[in-house]
Design a protein around this ligand. Structure first.
Ligand code: SAH
Length: 464
């Protein structure tokens, strides 16, 4: 067969068939795969080739010749430019259908589970009733605009130019007022925003977090230096926006020249330096540098499914791998004999221990380390402690290390609950569990990030 070679600026016609993890449309021209932003499955488009590699290319959509039946008008004015909501122009039911099918196809194709069996175990996707204003945390870059004034907004997808927006529809409405307060304070004091090119300018990012049940609010200013002028003025303007709920204002020095957002320390200029929030019945103390789930409504559902799958009676020994700040561990502790959480980030483990204390939970222990390493010390040849009855894993996108799964298989818990943020690595890992003597009883996709291409899944595995 003659090989077709594409070059930059070639014009092609494509029908989009799928969506990539970052939300780009995927289509084929003469069998060659192209990624095209702002396109949807079912669109037929005319596009211009931007870049080609050996096995795939990127193209820019010039014209939608025939629209996907799932298309709708995005509510947000800047959704096409902003890197945040790549699927806002896709009807929400279509987004859910796409995510459900992604999990289904990966279970079949990568997990090697036959279609009939998948049909039996795969539950309907848990979507949101109102898929807007769901995030409790936002980080806004601040940069100087062409008008010589500071602006806050979001980064355009894959670039570092700031798209100004006065209101992001997946964030709380009040954030735009808080941002305006920061910008007013900057203007009043002639403070410049950070410039990535020169490394000059003071204000880099504004981070805002709201407690879901407590409504407490935290503002953290990331600065290129150690001090800010007129601290009282800043606090006063922010308090005017949220007189009751603003509980913490901090500055976080970060003079690095890379794109890491946070520095590694912070100074409190108002309040206690943290907020308290309740999730799955547990109180969490959240400092500006703590990790915390961003979609509280869906987190409660996701973890509720994990809790039901664990099916605890009050006696079990539970091992929670990749435990973060211990959200799942602490939720399960009330229904288990004992819980051990393992997490690689030491700061998260410190938060987990503190949160255990805050809630008077005495039957949970937390260990810093890589799951695949720590679990070795729990194998029968290395300890006299009894093996766990239930193992929960909630790994990052790359899934579990093979050695970690091997060790779980050796420990032979009666149940494994797998919480996943990536269906392909989930399917790969489920295959190993199934080959190792476990039955996949149930898999439930949950939409934690509406308008993005991401999907989470909770799976229950039982030892045969
Ligand atoms: N279950 C947690 C968050 C899970 S996110 C919660 O409910 O909040 C995945 C976590 O795995 C992150 O906290 C990350 O720091 C951690 N992690 C990544 N690689 C790891 C490894 N090899 N061993 C243990 N933890 C790891």
């Amino acid at each position: 067969m003659e090989e077709i070679i594409f070059r930059k600026n070639d014009e092609i016609t494509l029908t989009i068939e799928d969506i990539s993890d970052d939300g780009s449309g995927i289509g084929k021209s003469d069998g060659f795969i192209f990624f095209v932003k702002n396109t949807l499955p079912g669109d037929t488009i005319r596009a211009k080739v931007m870049k080609v590699t050996k096995s795939y290319g990127f193209a820019r959509c010039m014209e939608v010749i025939k629209e996907s039946g799932g298309r709708c008008k995005a509510r947000c004015k800047v959704s096409e430019k902003c890197g945040g909501c790549s699927l806002q122009n896709y009807r929400y039911e279509e987004q859910l259908k796409f995510k459900f099918n992604k999990v289904k196809n990966d279970l079949i194709r990568i997990g090697g589970i036959n279609a009939e069996e998948v049909e039996k175990i795969l539950q309907p996707i848990v979507g949101m009733e109102d898929p807007y204003r769901y995030r409790n945390k936002a980080q806004y870059p601040v940069r100087m605009g062409k008008d010589g004034k500071p602006h806050a907004g979001f980064f355009a997808g894959h670039t570092h130019s700031v798209i100004e927006t006065d209101d992001c529809l997946i964030e709380p409405e009040v954030n735009s007022k808080l941002l305006n307060a920061v910008i007013s304070w900057m203007n009043k004091n002639h403070i410049k925003a950070y410039d990535e090119e020169t490394g000059k300018g003071l204000v880099r990012h504004v981070l805002i977090r709201h407690g879901f049940t407590s409504h407490e609010c935290q503002v953290n200013l990331v600065i290129n230096g150690s001090k800010i002028p007129d601290e009282e003025g800043l606090v006063r303007l922010l308090k005017e926006v949220m007189p009751e709920d603003l509980k913490s204002v901090t500055v976080c020095p970060n003079t690095r020249r890379d794109n890491v957002i946070l520095g590694d320390s912070y100074r409190v200029i108002f309040g206690e330096g943290y907020i308290i929030d309740t999730l799955v019945g547990i109180s969490f103390k959240i400092s500006p540098l703590s990790f915390y789930q961003v979609n509280p409504v869906q987190t409660e559902r996701l973890y509720g499914l994990a809790r039901d799958s664990a099916c605890l009676t009050g006696e079990e020994r539970v091992l929670d791998l990749y435990c973060g700040i211990g959200t799942i561990s602490l939720m399960l502790a009330a229904r288990a004999g004992h819980v051990t959480g393992v997490e690689i980030v030491d700061r998260a483990i410190k938060d987990a221990k503190e949160n255990a204390k805050l809630n008077g939970i005495g039957n949970a222990k937390f260990i810093t380390g890589a799951a695949e390493d720590i679990i070795q010390s729990m194998l029968p040849e290395n300890t006299t402690e009894p093996a766990p009855d239930v193992v929960v894993v909630d790994p990052p996108r790359k899934g579990c290390a093979e050695s970690c799964i091997d060790a779980i298989l050796t420990l032979a818990p009666s149940r494994v609950v797998y919480v996943s943020c990536n269906p392909s690595t989930l399917a790969r890992d489920l295959k190993k569990f199934r080959e190792g003597g476990y039955e996949l009883v149930k898999a439930t996709p949950v939409d934690m990030f509406p308008h993005s291409a991401h999907v989470e899944t909770v799976c229950l595995l039982e030892r045969k």
